[in-house]
Design a protein around this ligand. Structure first.
Ligand code: R5P
Length: 290
């Protein structure tokens, strides 16, 4: 306890120096509370404003997909190169070393697999997400599908619970078999997520009018990589997405299924954080791989 008497008199009041009132670097989030901003600033680099998230939550619907058969062998070596890890609670407890100190975007919805109707999901309790020290919770939002209402209800519930403890929510726009990944659909789906309270939205890149998708979404968008592409093409896609307003990538298969996943993740970082052109990033990839 500080002594009450005989202390130095206070004198450094900085009179004439206005107290700085910083804004916040992520769009749509100036009015969030401190804990929420702190969590987001662990995921998004405050200098570049961007993030490279590594997604390896595929097993919860797909089982041991290629590259994720042994996550201890394939994913753990990639962890140092990612800004944030997107995974299930199973993978987190089973293979992610708690000493890695990476922010976690926890897959917090589940309920169906590729063998049945996707997106018929329930959500984890916020208590469990906090127990796992999640920096963000992620859930599927299936706009236009049979389970649209259920997944939007899940989103609103998660946002209510996340707001109580300052945990941001990532709305993942699911694209079903019958939905087209064009700017019209993606604008609708991402906007629905943001308007229902998602703090970050994950969606797909589309070649036409993607800048309209990011412009109309009042919170940061990160893109999924989708199915495996040639490395050069995946870097091109990441470049175009960032160039057209995405705040980052949340890539899985295009990283862990690459010929050299570590080199690929480093090349993606160069594009996302340093604005390297795809040709240069691909050259870096080839050199690092070699
Ligand atoms: C989407 O629902 C999940 O988060 C996926 O695991 C993720 O989007 C897949 O990432 P990618 O398409 O880059 O493999």
């Amino acid at each position: 306890m500080p002594e009450a008497a005989n202390n130095l008199d206070a004198k450094d009041y900085g009179i004439g120096i206005p107290q700085s009132t910083e804004g916040f670097f992520l769009k749509g989030h100036s009015h969030l509370d401190w804990g929420m901003k702190d969590r987001l600033a662990r995921i998004f680099n405050p200098k570049s404003g961007h993030t490279v998230m590594l997604a390896f939550d595929h097993g919860y619907i797909m089982g041991p997909t290629s590259g994720l058969e042994r996550m201890d062998l394939t994913i753990v070596p990639l962890i140092p190169y990612a800004d944030c890890l997107m995974c299930t609670r199973g993978a987190l407890r089973q293979i992610v070393p708690p000493t890695c100190n990476k922010p976690i975007s926890l897959r917090a919805s589940a309920g169906s697999t590729i063998l049945t109707d996707l997106n018929d999901e329930c959500i984890l309790s916020m208590e469990e997400c906090l127990r796992l020290n999640a920096s963000m919770v992620a859930l599927m939002v299936a706009v236009g599908s049979t389970f649209e209402a259920l997944t939007i209800r899940n989103l609103t519930t998660m946002v209510d619970q996340g707001s109580r403890y300052n945990v941001p929510v990532l709305g993942v726009t699911a694209v079903g078999k019958d939905l087209v990944r064009d700017a019209r659909y993606l604008s609708l789906a991402t906007r629905v997520c943001a308007e229902n309270g998602a703090h970050v939205v994950k969606t797909y890149y589309c070649e036409t009018d993607f800048e309209k998708v990011t412009a109309a979404c009042p919170v940061p968008i990160v893109i999924a990589g989708g199915k495996k592409l040639p490395e050069r093409d995946a870097l091109q896609m990441a470049y175009e997405a960032i160039d057209q307003g995405a705040a980052g990538v949340d890539m899985g298969r295009n990283v862990f299924q690459a010929e050299s996943p570590i080199a690929m993740l480093q090349a993606v970082r160069a594009v996302v954080h340093d604005g390297e052109k795809p040709e240069k990033a691909f050259e870096m990839y080839r050199q690092t791989k070699g």
